[in-house]
Write a protein that binds this ligand. Sequence first.
Ligand code: SF4
Length: 332
Amino acid sequence: MSKLLEVTNLFQRFDLTKGFFDKYKFKSWKIVREEKIVHAVNGVSFDINQGDVYGLVGESGSGKSTTARTIIRLLEPYSGRIMFDGKDITHLDENAMRPIRRNIQMIFQDPYASLNPRYKVIEIVMEPLLFHNKNLTTAEAETQALELLERVGIRPEQKDRYPHQFSGGQRQRIGIARALAVKPKLIIADEPVSALDVSIQAQILNLLMDLKDEFKLSFLLIAHDLSVVKHISDKIGVMYLGKIVEKASKNDLFSNPLHPYTKLLLSSVPTIDEDPLVEPLEIKGEIPSPINLPKGCYFHERCPFARDICELDTPGEREIEPKHYVSCHIYQ
Ligand code: SF4
């Protein structure tokens, strides 16, 4: 299967110190250089095959959304490489990125914030159609927009309503219709169901999977909850403090989780099994600040299995089983 997206050793940093007087401080009769750098993404590598769903999971603050925004080039990468559909897009300028962005669409956590409140829903879906197809007439765009809205479950008689007149689930459906309007190859869905009621979450995830086959889509699905990605992902990457600490096929990850953080995330998924797959683990503390990254393994301050070496040495990534990678000293 050919690769649609290849992300290699991606880094993203934000410098919070602005200007000379922020960077240099006078302390104890000396001029001292002080930098506040947010290390948001720290060497992320993964790839997505055509037609696959890649689930990226981790707590909030783990760098998932920043990774997504860097891939779509809303943020300029600090370093690394992003290949999309065989083309290196890492440093393309705005003009060169425009046709690429048509093929990579985003669905956001809060659909209300991403829909223009002054536009009727039909206009919201027509806008990208008209922007990307200069030969399309308004009537043709309206027909196509209506078909898309119907396909995602919005009835034709609702076309003239405004976003605030819809429920959260319906607004997410409108956001999906708008993303589909330009016939993308890849959809990046950033926490697409986390703001919705549990009963609605399954409906939206099922809709995305139906559309995947119908529109020949691939997905990067971002979630903080493993149960969201469990049923629909082909591969999963588990992120912690800007790094993917474990990546594997969905089946391997759920049947044989290796990294302590993955085990911890799995043990926090509610289960009705009497014999859960993994023993409950206790997690200590909070995710550390990406400004002051811990030395050694980023997870060592919270890891129940930490050894002396974990504080000193950053574990490299190893393939423990075929296509099952983990970064942890237990497996070095
Ligand atoms: Fe825990 Fe050490 Fe593995 Fe990090 S390297 S996850 S601290 S055992």
